[in-house]
Design a protein around this ligand. Structure first.
Ligand code: DAK
Length: 260
């Protein structure tokens, strides 16, 4: 099943993996309002689809996304930008329960990097370039960059990136700990797909509760986080998949998970 959009492409692989491709190649996938709305809608559709266990979000070889669309923001003032409330689409993306793998090639800048950082696993081609260049436009990151980048790579590295606007390559970002894997350019998508296929073998309900507990670790105290983890762990013992997973282990066979 493939649904058609204007600014993205959405499709399903192996009946279990949702794929969203950002598709404004002429402007390096600049994230305009229309694209963000379509993206939020496609991700929500996958989140509501009981067959989908994991999502891959990607761009093209030249760009994941070179940031929010500057031409749309240039004439805004404080009130007009506030009233548009475009953050609600960003908020809905960070509430997606299905894990998202970012498959990055080329530019991931500004809002593009912020979008990457809403994902759960990040795979990059060697040519990928990351940065928060908003400072060159007289502003600062507005969709999570100062918070997520700092939590991911630390105060000192994020300060340098955000305050100088410099771009760094995938290998450097890997050393900083933001990226799971850096691979030769031609392998960035197949590597992400390989990880997605591995996740797709697992129980959908366990995958989602696992993501929830990990994401919440950024918001809760250790004590609260451990309580949430324990509740999610207990909850899984009422699933058929827990019974099947443990039974299959003891019978020395592969589990057949049903997502219930
Ligand atoms: N917006 C609009 N158009 C862009 C763009 C962008 N971010 N990035 C590239 N383009 C367009 C270029 O204008 C050009 O269009 P034409 O001139 O051909 O019509 C085309 O894409 C190709 O770009 P270049 O000719 O510049 O290509 P180069 O290879 O020479 O350079 C580059 C590539 C990535 C270094 C360069 O394009 C560049 O510096 N782009 C801007 C990068 C940037 O500053 N990004 C941060 C943008 S600010 C918010 C949520 C999020 C945000 C804000 C608010 N709310 C919810 C309210 C986030 C803000 C940002 O991301």
């Amino acid at each position: 099943m493939t649904q058609s959009y204007e600014y993205i492409k959405s499709s399903i692989i192996d009946n279990a993996i949702g794929l969203v491709e950002l598709n404004r190649p002429k402007v390096l996938n600049a994230l305009n309002i229309g694209l963000m709305k379509e993206l939020a809608s496609a991700l929500k559709d996958f989140d509501n689809n009981e067959n989908i266990k994991v999502i891959i979000l990607t761009g093209n070889a030249k760009a994941f996304a070179a940031g929010a669309d500057i031409s749309e923001m240039a004439n805004e003032d404080t009130v007009s930008i506030m009233l548009k409330d475009n953050f609600s689409t960003w908020d809905s993306i960070q509430n997606i329960k299905t894990p998202i793998i970012a498959a990055v090639s080329g530019y991931a800048l500004g809002g593009g990097l912020e979008l990457v950082m809403t994902c759960d696993i990040i795979v990059a081609g060697e040519n990928a370039l990351f940065g928060q260049p908003e400072i060159n436009l007289g502003v600062i990151p507005g969709a999570g960059g100062t918070q997520r980048l700092t939590r991911a790579i630390g105060k000192y590295r994020s300060s340098e990136l955000i305050l100088t606007g410099e771009l760094i390559n995938a290998q450097e970002m890997y050393k900083y700990g933001l990226i799971n894997k850096v691979v030769p350019n031609e392998l960035y998508f197949t590597t992400a797909l390989k990880i997605a296929k591995e996740i797709a073998k697992k129980s959908r309900i366990a995958i989602r509760l696992g993501k929830e507990a990990i994401v919440k670790s950024f918001e809760l105290s250790l004590k609260e986080g451990l309580t949430l983890e324990r509740k999610n762990f207990y909850m899984l013992f009422s699933s058929q998949d827990q019974k099947e997973g443990m039974k299959a282990f003891m019978e020395k066979r592969k589990p057949q998970f049903v997502g219930r």
